[in-house]
Design a protein around this ligand. Structure first.
Ligand SMILES: [Zn+2]
Length: 178
């Protein structure tokens, strides 16, 4: 059995190497919809796996870091990275290209951190993230994708660089998720 919590957020990126020149060469935004799917391990006496309010608050902190944030690939041109850092208050520099696939992997990695050790969420475990980039297309990441060399290799959250405006929230997120 799976349970799902959906979040929406706004984000911007360039996807270098994309076949679509529009995606590869122009900064553009998406109204992302992220579906966080959890595997239900057991039901409590009320027939419930997880309180959605607790699930929401655990994930909200992670999603907020991505909302109205410019996503930049660490391997992009230094000139571009520096210009974006100067002109955007909120950005994250990722160790991977910010494609829908990689953002889905990142959100799943963040979901693992967000929910680990939360006593009230002991009956569920992160299973997958579906990231809708448009109304017609999505990428779905599974746990086995997180360390898969064919998917870009291990995604270490410590390799994510947050803009100064996000650093406190990011630090709180990691501190709360222990
Ligand atoms: Zn895009």
């Amino acid at each position: 059995m799976l349970v799902r919590k959906v979040f929406c957020f706004e984000g911007a990126h360039i996807v270098r190497g994309s076949v679509s020149k529009k995606c590869a060469m122009s900064i553009h935004g998406h109204s992302y919809r992220a579906e966080f799917l959890f595997k239900c391990l057991r039901l409590d006496e009320a027939g419930i796996s997880a309180d959605f309010t607790i699930l929401k608050s655990a994930l909200q902190q992670a999603v907020s870091l991505f909302d109205h944030t410019l996503l930049i690939w660490r391997g992009d041109k230094a000139e571009y990275i520096e210009a974006m850092k100067s002109h955007s208050d909120q950005y994250i520099i990722l160790p991977v290209n910010p494609s829908a696939e990689q953002i889905a992997r990142a959100l799943l990695a963040f979901a693992l951190i967000a929910t680990s050790g939360v006593k009230e969420l002991g009956n569920v475990e992160p299973f997958s993230v579906i990231l809708h980039e448009t109304k017609t297309g999505y990428a779905q990441a599974f746990l086995e994708d997180l360390g898969d060399p064919n998917m870009g290799g291990a995604l270490n959250i410590k390799d994510f660089e947050f803009s100064p405006s996000l650093r406190e929230d990011a630090a709180n997120f990691f501190a709360n998720a222990t």
